[in-house]
Design a protein around this ligand. Structure first.
Ligand code: IMP
Length: 187
């Protein structure tokens, strides 16, 4: 089975294709580098759903397809930056997040990374959503050279995602969990 993954993010493509190659040999991921307009909504689920609806209503893209939206939710900041994670990363970056967290200690540094995969079986079917979360904390400083985005400041089980191998990140990550739910559904 072939499914199209729509994203402009090469890091996401690598994570998803590695995972499919390791865990779902019968599925081929075809990457489509298509930059759809992303609505600024207050729920990551709504962003993923509405982006998929926009694409299927255009009827220009082969099905089945999926896309995903991800965000970092910092508990002490009431879920900020959440659905605005891309804008916040592009404006204040990891250093800005560390400054916002400067007076937070211990439990106050808890954060959740979340991915919502929106899968469309055909242009006529509403997107089906698969949610994956990783529970972790914001580090005191950036650590590690792997991964991308917030990976150097997001720690799970003692190591940041940037300190882990791609396989380890896929095993523990929000994206790995959400994508595995899609694979289970397809199976
Ligand atoms: P989006 O899903 O591409 O909108 O991602 C939102 C923001 O979170 C962007 O700045 C991404 O670089 C960042 N991001 C998404 N997924 C990850 C991840 O797995 N690790 C670290 N940062 C991520």
């Amino acid at each position: 089975m072939e499914i199209v993954f729509i994203t402009t993010n090469k890091n996401k493509v690598k994570e998803i294709t590695d995972l499919a190659a390791a865990e779902a040999k019968e599925i081929t991921i075809e990457h489509l580098d298509y930059d759809y307009p992303e609505l600024q909504l207050y729920e990551i689920e709504s962003v993923a759903r509405e982006s998929a609806n926009y694409i299927r209503e255009k009827r220009a893209i082969k099905t089945p397809f999926f896309l995903e939206d991800s965000g970092l939710l910092i508990h002490a900041l009431n879920g900020f930056p959440g659905p605005f994670s891309a804008f916040v990363f592009d404006t204040i970056g990891n250093e800005g997040i560390l400054k916002l967290m400067a007076d937070k200690r211990g439990e106050e540094r808890k954060a959740t990374f979340k991915t919502v995969v929106a899968f469309c079986e055909s242009a006529n079917t509403a997107p089906r959503l698969f949610v994956g979360t990783a529970e972790g904390k914001i580090t005191e400083r950036g650590r590690g050279a792997g991964g991308f985005g917030y990976d150097p400041i997001f720690e799970v089980e003692g190591k940041t995602f940037a300190e882990r191998s791609p396989e380890e990140k896929n095993r523990l990550s929000h994206r790995g969990k959400a994508f595995r739910k899609l694979l289970d559904y397809l199976a």
